[in-house]
Design a protein around this ligand. Structure first.
Ligand code: DLZ
Length: 212
């Protein structure tokens, strides 16, 4: 794995001649990351579910490329983006995950709702990461319209893919800095909270108690 300092280095051009569509493209590179020992929680919204499911598919692709096994990916949902920080806090406090990815889609409407929620969620998620020392990835698209969402959640430009890799990089960084909590006990705790494994079918998930 790259050193901690290297892990933070992201090459960003000072000047960009990108068009509006290209501006949606990812501009970050990742080293080869070994996430085979990492446990990752995914908290997704049911608002804008179709787009969010596309993002989750991208997240899982990124996680798999980093060798995170299906049995180490835990997934649950909340109603909307506003609920993401609280759910992330509950999960972080269990100490069972090495990193958490919160994901949702906020689309601007006619009122100021979008601005309030987007700001609160971004700050909330940052705070949870800093307060709990569990990296929490901000996997929330904040878009002006549905086309912007599609440009960022499908095909080769699915931002979820980068979020998966970001989670593994930050999980490794955290493990390097603090060590990690492992063992079957923590898996049982996750199951009791309603977190299903990524490879579980939805029917068996429904039988479990809800997260909240
Ligand atoms: C209420 C609302 C609206 C209008 N739009 C969205 C949205 O685009 N994306 C999203 O994730 N959630 C939205 N919500 C729901 C709020 O996030 C939240 O669930 C409710 O305000 C209840 O706290």
């Amino acid at each position: 794995m790259a050193s901690s300092i290297q892990a933070f280095v992201v090459q960003t051009p000072l000047l960009s001649s990108k068009t509006a569509l290209q501006a949606a493209d990812s501009d970050v590179s990742f080293d080869n990351l070994d996430g085979s020992q990492m446990r990752i929680g995914i908290i997704k919204t049911r608002w804008n579910e179709e787009h969010v499911n596309n993002l989750v598919a991208g997240i899982k692709k990124g996680l798999k490329e980093c060798k995170v096994s299906d049995t180490n990916i835990f997934e649950t949902s909340v109603p909307g983006s506003f609920e993401l920080p609280m759910a992330a806090r509950f999960l972080a406090l269990t100490g069972t995950c090495d990193a958490i990815i919160t994901t949702g889609v906020l689309i601007k409407g006619d009122t100021m709702h979008f601005e309030f929620i987007a700001d609160a969620v971004a700050k909330g998620i940052m705070n949870i990461g800093l307060q709990t020392s569990t990296p929490v990835v901000f996997g929330v698209l904040t878009c002006q319209n549905e086309q912007q969402v599609k440009d960022r959640s499908t095909g080769d430009n699915n931002h979820g893919y980068d979020w998966g890799k970001t989670a593994v990089e930050m999980a490794l960084l955290r493990t390097e800095a603090l060590g990690g909590k492992k063992g079957e006990e923590s898996k049982e705790m996750l199951a009791a909270m309603g977190f299903g494994k990524a490879d579980e079918d939805s029917a068996s998930k429904e039988k479990k108690s809800a997260f909240f």
